[in-house]
Design a protein around this ligand. Sequence first.
Ligand code: SDX
Length: 428
Amino acid sequence: MSENAKIILDGETHEFPIVVGTENEKAIDISKLRGATGYITLDYGFKNTGSTSSAITFLDGEKGILRYRGYPIEQLAEHAEFLEVAYLVIYGELPTKPQYEKFKTDIVRHTLVHEDMKHFLEAYPRGAHPMGIAASMVCSLSTFYPESQDTNREAEAVNLTIIRLLAKLPTIAAWSHKNSLRHPFVYPQNKYSYTENFMHMMFSMPTEESTPDPIVSKALNKLLILHADHEQNCSASTVRIVGSSHANLYASVAAGVTALWGPLHGGANQAVIEMLEAIKADGGDVDKWIDKAKDKDDTFRLMGFGHRVYKNFDPRATIIKKAADDVLDALGIDDPVLDIAKKLEKVALEDEYFVKRGLYPNVDFYSGIIYRAIGIPTEMFTVMFALGRLPGWIGQWKEMRENNEPIGRPRQVYTGSNKRDYVSIEKR
Ligand code: SDX
């Protein structure tokens, strides 16, 4: 393999170093390109451009491989607890038993949200989308902990912010749901596990105890793990670039929440269920909707299908599809939209349009089926994605800051007007 890449520009040959990762991924380091040649590269959507090097997540889109810090997602989803995986993604190693017990104890000590923040919730209009609430509430946490705004402080201060975010986001999420129902807020209970506590705050009332359902807790634990990180996706890249200005972790994560909200990204899980419901209401004719998805003149896209990186299959979708069957069987639920989803998948995967473009179900295609089965309202689906992705956002921010990466500031190619002189309004 060549040591350097050679680029010939205006008759001059320039050499740039080749970078090879631990999984043999190769890149051309063009850090000195503009200084050496006056040229920049142009790559809309960064489809061919790496923004960083990272030791957190490895994925291979062709082989459908996904590992967090080297551990295959299939093993973590089957055997680990979400907070164990959060620890792994953020700190780089699976915790020892003492480390894990301390991590969980620290988190349960910070699950309460400042009472003044309840006034924010009460000010939102009825039906306020919980992603809008989550983004603003997460950013507002930085105002209740102003010491977090000095991100050059010692690691201990940053670590307290990490614990507070992991502890408080489930409370914020559950309370945004309660607020939409104008129901009283339910406070966290330290006796519950992370997933049990969330379900307690979401679905019980202050006047009653919860009886955790192990099927639901196990399904939620698996879904959170499967969403924990996904290397330089849109929202993680957003968290990194916001954090690269040395904005605090709360503000950076809030930016990640807003990026995730888009229907092309995390918002797809809500859009999938809305699409399946529309197909069901339309009589369930999947062929008609597949044709709409293929029609360039139709804005309809098959939500939950396709991926920037996975061109074969999304390993998370494979796990979630089986979990959906298991959860619905265990709960005795027959959800007609699951049948429509499976029919859509079957027809699409036999259709040249989808096969040629490498369009397969992604993580969002089946996840909503499980959320629905465990009682999560559709508008909360993307908040569930954010709950899972929080450790990834934190891990990516922490790695970027610890590596002292420079502020992100891409270049551009200007295509506007050339120099022209001002003309007074009378003469225009
Ligand atoms: C997530 O990056 C991550 O890792 C994200 C994520 C994570 O964990 O963080 O995995 C989570 O965001 C998953 C993706 C959720 N989004 C959706 O399900 C929305 C539907 N999917 C598409 O919008 C699309 O597939 C994207 C956005 C996911 C990927 O888009 P790309 O890589 O920019 O690809 P593209 O839009 O250039 O599409 C390539 C071709 C085009 O056709 P041609 O121009 O070649 O003729 O495929 C077509 C597209 O029109 N196409 C689709 C399609 N997705 C792509 N056609 C119909 N239905 C679709 N869903």
